[in-house]
Design a protein around this ligand. Structure first.
Ligand SMILES: Nc1ncnc2c1ncn2[C@@H]1O[C@H](COP(=O)(O)OP(=O)(O)OP(=O)(O)O)[C@@H](O)[C@H]1O
Length: 780
């Protein structure tokens, strides 16, 4: 239904009022939106592809619901009243006086119509209302395949790739063109038709999962024993098996440094940094960034003495130059190794032992490498050793999907393969079998803007257009609600949850989405890549302030915020004793402490008063008071300057928590909500077995090689995609990172089979956004 009552006034859903949806949604959550016929609370369902509507909660039978087409007279009247009210409100622009109006909250004066407040009913003076939804039409349309073939038949290009088995072969394949299918069919052809023993075939895949998939397909087509004998896996797994076989003592898994922080700890604990004052004063984050550079160099086979002669392009590189030799020595001395050492170790083992290399070259007669665009130098050099002299080396890749530049991979290897192997044959696979045609067109319209690429003639196997939507939301919270409503709507229409994926560029985008999925009771798969949002220090402090506002006796919360009040542990003990003696809440004893300096006393008195006023505020207003008047923002700013990573994360975190708070009316509600979320988050992190039928929430990097019927891409705004650091590089004149971001979006788009929804929040982290430049590049 399109109409409802809010505070006994009729409201109507029609395009002119769509910009009220966030507010009406919030009112609906608080049961303020009611059915004009039966007066029961209504939910607001506002997704992407369909017109929004109000619905009765499950189990509520209202006879009027089914009669929308032939409205009873009282409904007719309600509808007319609603339309009139809408027209009135639309003309009713806020006056300058209204904008100035303020209200007293405790002893604090706040603007009455501050957008953070509960008074959000006043239409924001936004210059242009958000686009509720529009179809995104690709800039360039690609051709369909003239004649549709049956699903199981290999396309002529694919057939050729399967049957070309001698000598070097480059298969340049666009997204969704059947690379996995070709690799499986080619392996089966080698074994079944050409009689090659499975153990002589090496298939390198990008993930263990992909290797397993190929093994399973081979097991289905041939025999399970043959599948087991295949040398299949990722570079790391294959090379590590070789190292363990020949040098077991050196490569004991117990000695593997898995995480970057372990590397830093090794250096500090072994005293390797002694005498290097510069490095000793490094902050942990700086050290971890420097290790990132070291890892990239190792993947490019740049050893410490070579690295020392490089002209550093940044402070991080300079720190990496200093750190690298010390790290290598410490590792060697204490018998540790890292993932990059596995690659270098295997390469050097083969290079330095011609007889061992000869045995491998005899044993492995055919090498196949998937995702060749993401290969790095050390992997490539090792593969060249193994494949020679026969060079039955088949590499498959798509230069447009190279997204691991930060790990040392370089699309130049795929672009330069035919130079390294002048007798190589090249086959291009240009038909996309995965996605409906408009999705393929959007992808190609976008990627065509990259300069460093192999031009391809792409076509689509499917004639169907597919659904491609762009939608604008007020902020990231509203964006998440729209996506989740859309998923629920599609499930009602028969979509399978496991075929829906939400792909994000950075972890920050996941939080509101996971919360909305949890609230809606929709199962999901999420691989946690970072610590929980609500466990981060900034967020914990903020929540502790709110808890303390509700309960001045909450000593745990007070203890938590002590550093932000510049109170030492000794002072804390004195405080506690005084509070016990005077039988007062500790918070009230705070400003009376004799040890305090006058300015400290003044500040603590202010904090105490602010917290008292917070009880009367909405959570968003309370947070504003704590951040500004309570000086939490000032403290965090100073702290970041003095000791933290220097990145602006704390500020984004404050904005995120503010965005989450806006959805609640009272501080109590908000804190209860967060408690619930913390419990649910624990459940979703530990849930085993994972539900079969669940929405996938994952980063674009992780989605590589996967496919889903319905793909949602939130946060297509400048700073998110393309990422902020890319824009920094662009400002300095480099465009390589921007090209990689474009490839990343291309990968994301081409995961979708039938539908693609792109979200643009008008505000993110409390700041106005700009639509990603990529949107205009791909469509209109
Ligand atoms: N000849 C074909 N006929 C019909 N469908 C095909 C054909 N070849 C591949 N497909 C289907 O197209 C989809 C994409 O195939 P596949 O995953 O092998 O592509 P890919 O090239 O590895 O994709 P990407 O690089 O984008 O991850 C799969 O669903 C696959 O079953």
């Amino acid at each position: 239904m399109k109409h409802a009552f809010l505070d006994n006034k009729p409201i109507l859903l029609q395009p002119e009022t769509y910009n009220r949806i966030p507010f009406w949604r919030m009112a609906a959550r608080q049961d303020q939106v009611r059915c004009p016929a039966c007066a029961s609370p209504l939910r607001l369902i506002a997704g992407i592809s369909f017109e929004p509507y109000f619905a009765h909660p499950e189990g509520v039978a209202c006879p009027a619901t089914e009669q929308e087409d032939s409205l009873p007279p009282e409904w007719q009247q309600a509808q007319e009243e609603a339309a009139a009210a809408v027209a009135l409100v639309l003309e009713d622009k806020p006056t300058a006086e209204d904008a100035e109006e303020t209200e007293m909250i405790g002893s604090f004066r706040l603007p009455k119509k501050r957008s953070i407040g509960s008074n959000a009913a006043v239409p924001p003076p936004a210059p242009k209302p958000p686009i509720f939804r529009k179809r995104l039409t690709p800039k360039k349309s690609i051709q369909h395949l003239a004649e549709q073939k049956r699903n199981e038949v290999l396309h002529p290009g694919q057939q050729l790739a399967v049957h070309t088995t001698d000598g070097p072969l480059l298969i340049l394949a666009g997204a969704g063109s059947g690379k996995t299918r070709v690799m499986t069919a080619r392996t089966a052809h080698l074994i079944q038709d050409l009689g090659v023993e499975p153990k002589k075939i090496m298939v390198v895949t990008f993930t263990t999962k992909a290797a397993e998939e190929i093994r399973q397909r081979i097991a289905r087509q041939l025999l399970p024993s043959q599948a087991r004998e295949l040398v299949a896996g990722t570079f790391h797994s294959i090379f590590y098996r070789m190292l363990l076989h020949h040098q077991p003592a050196q490569w004991d898994q117990q000695r593997l440094l898995k995480k970057e922080w372990q590397k830093w700890r090794l250096l500090r604990e072994t005293g390797a940094l002694l005498g290097h004052d510069d490095l000793l004063s490094l902050k942990e984050n700086e050290a971890l960034d420097a290790f990132g550079v070291v890892s990239r160099w190792k993947n490019e086979y740049i050893l410490p003495h070579d690295a020392a002669y490089r002209e550093p392009v940044s402070d991080t590189e300079r720190q990496a130059q200093q750190l690298y030799p010390l790290y290598e020595q410490a590792k060697k001395k204490h018998n540790w190794f890292d993932f990059d050492d596995m690659l270098i170790g295997c390469y050097e083992m083969l290079r330095d032992d011609p007889s061992l290399l000869g045995r491998y070259q005899e044993r492995i007669t055919h090498v196949m490498i998937d995702e060749f665009q993401d290969i790095n130098r050390i992997q490539y050099e090792t593969v060249k050793l193994l494949a020679s002299p026969q060079n039955n080396l088949c590499v498959i890749g798509d230069d447009d999907q190279s997204i691991y530049g930060f790990r040392g991979s370089d699309p130049q290897y795929i672009l330069g393969f035919t130079k390294d192997f002048p007798n190589a044959q090249t086959i291009t696979l240009e038909v996309n079998y995965r996605s409906h045609s408009s999705i393929v067109s959007l992808g190609y319209s976008l990627i065509g803007h990259n300069r460093e690429r192999w031009e391809k003639e792409c076509r689509s196997f499917h004639r169907e257009e597919g659904d491609t939507y762009l939608f604008e939301a007020e902020d990231e919270e509203e964006q998440a609600s729209r996506i989740v409503d859309e998923i629920m709507h599609r499930r009602e229409q028969g979509a399978v949850l496991g075929e829906c994926a939400i792909l994000y560029r950075t972890n920050e985008s996941a939080r509101p989405i996971l919360e909305r999925l949890s609230e809606a009771g929709i199962p999901f798969h999420y691989t946690q890549e970072e610590d929980s949002f609500y466990q981060r220090q900034t967020v914990r402090w903020t929540l502790a302030y709110l808890r303390l506002a509700l309960n001045p006796d909450d000593t745990d919360s007070l203890k938590e915020i002590l550093p932000t009040l510049y109170i030492s542990h000794e002072m804390w003990n004195a405080l506690r004793s005084q509070a016990i003696l005077e039988d007062l809440p500790i918070l009230h004893v705070l400003p009376q402490m004799t040890q305090l300096k006058p300015y400290q006393r003044k500040h603590l008195q202010a904090v105490k008063d602010i917290l008292a006023s917070c009880r009367e505020c909405s959570p968003a207003q309370a947070l504003e008071l704590i951040f500004e008047d309570g000086k939490l923002r000032e403290y965090l700013k100073k702290r970041a300057k003095n000791r933290e990573d220097g990145k602006d994360r704390w500020s984004d975190e404050l904005q995120q928590i503010l965005a989450a708070a806006k959805r609640h009316v009272t501080v109590t509600d908000f804190l209860q909500y967060i408690e619930q979320m913390a419990v649910r988050e624990k459940e979703w992190r530990t849930q085993r077995p994972l539900p079969d039928e669940a929405v996938h929430v994952l980063s674009i990097h992780r989605a590589k090689g996967l496919e889903y019927d319905h793909v949602f891409l939130p946060d297509l705004v400048e700073g998110a995609l393309p990422h902020e650091y890319t824009l920094d590089e662009l400002r300095k004149g480099g465009s390589a990172a921007l090209e990689e971001e474009r490839r990343l979006l291309y990968v994301a788009i081409t995961r979708a089979r039938h539908s693609l929804c792109i979200g643009i929040p008008r505000e993110r982290f409390g700041r106005k956004t700009r639509v990603s430049r990529f949107v205009a590049e791909m469509g209109r």
